[in-house]
Design a protein around this ligand. Structure first.
Ligand code: DP6
Length: 326
């Protein structure tokens, strides 16, 4: 039995669109921060026969979720030449399926736990390539702190992996304003594919990502928070503009999201180094240095649809918590 943990990450420069669906290859790179408190813990136990099972937050998972995990385990089985089935027990320390990047921590933790359980010894880069095939953003959660994902060019996806960004002069924490809208309506996989196929802005979006990656890395390394805020908010809004321009348009924002954006911009005017981003859901994530994160959280609590604000420092990459013979 093996238990591994991984933490969700939130992108500063967004991933939105694939270059190939089968191997889940992103059309552009991205850059993220792994968060300590958005943690998934996953246990994998092998069995000689039967079917794979998935227990998610104490409940038997849906057929769809189990099939996605089973398909991922097939990859691990093919690398390890094993036919063993697995019982997977996964616990999230945050709401699943609500745009809080649960697939990132889920597939990073599963990649780590399953490869260990099946007796494989993969490098972090190999794990990143594998986790990507479960979910694009999961490739980034193999690593802690600031992480850069590469789109790569190879058809086999071996050059589409993530690695840590070193030498940043800005330390970031995050305040996640959780907006009470339940499960998201359009998942990121579906939303980005629909956008790729129908949005007239999609090529412009992809073109911009490459420039934003350069600017974001420079801003982090030179410690220029104003430049960082411009590129982070710009990447978020451009991604959402791309999605909104799809036919029919995909809208993830709701009233509380816009309200929270306004608070972040007011705080910045007041002198707080802060910027926002929003994933494929209504929640807003504010990035700010650790010293400011509590006061930012208090400010973001002031809307009736914001049920709670989760604060977190940067977190570590995927790791083994426990490994024992059956
Ligand atoms: C908006 O990694 O969830 O959070 O590869 O289809 O599983 P799949 O998509 P996923 O997409 C994340 C999209 C995003 C932006 C980001 O995290 O970069």
């Amino acid at each position: 039995m093996v238990v591994a943990s991984a933490r969700a990450n939130i992108a500063l420069v967004k991933y939105w669109g694939k270059r190939a669906k089968a191997l889940n290859l992103p059309a552009a790179g991205s850059l993220s921060l792994t968060l300590a408190d958005l943690k998934t813990q996953t246990e994998v136990r092998l069995r000689s026969e039967g079917e794979d099972t998935l227990l998610l937050d104490g409940k038997l998972a849906s057929h769809k979720a189990t099939a996605r995990v089973s398909q991922f385990l097939d990859l691990v089985r093919s690398i390890s030449n094993s036919s063993a089935r697995a019982d997977v027990i996964s616990e999230n320390a945050f709401p699943t399926g609500a745009g809080l990047a649960s697939s990132a921590s889920a597939f990073a933790a599963l990649a780590k736990a399953a490869t260990t359980a099946y007796g494989l010894k993969l490098s972090d880069r190999e794990l990143s390539v594998l986790a990507r095939q479960g979910s694009g953003s999961a490739a980034r959660s193999i690593f802690g702190g600031l992480v850069r994902m590469y789109a790569g060019q190879q058809a086999d996806g071996q050059d589409a992996y993530a690695e840590p960004v070193l030498g940043a002069q800005i330390e970031l924490s995050a305040a996640v304003a959780v907006v009470d809208k339940g499960e998201k309506l359009v998942g990121s996989t579906e939303g980005m594919e629909h956008t790729r196929l129908t949005s007239p802005y999609h090529q412009a979006w992809l073109h911009q990502v490459d420039k934003d990656l350069v600017t974001c890395t420079q801003a982090l390394k030179s410690g220029d928070f104003d430049e960082l805020a411009l590129v982070v908010e710009g990447s978020c809004l451009a991604m959402h503009a791309d999605a909104m321009a799809a036919r029919p348009g995909v809208i993830y924002f709701c009233g509380a999201t816009l309200w929270a954006m306004e608070q972040v911009r007011k705080l910045r005017k007041e002198g707080v180094p802060i910027c926002f981003t929003v994933d494929a859901g209504p929640h807003l994530v504010a990035f700010t240095p650790p010293d400011y994160v509590q006061s930012v959280a208090t400010r973001l609590q002031g809307h009736p649809d914001i049920t709670r604000v989760i604060t977190s420092e940067a977190g570590e990459g995927a790791k083994i918590e426990l490994s024992s013979s059956p």
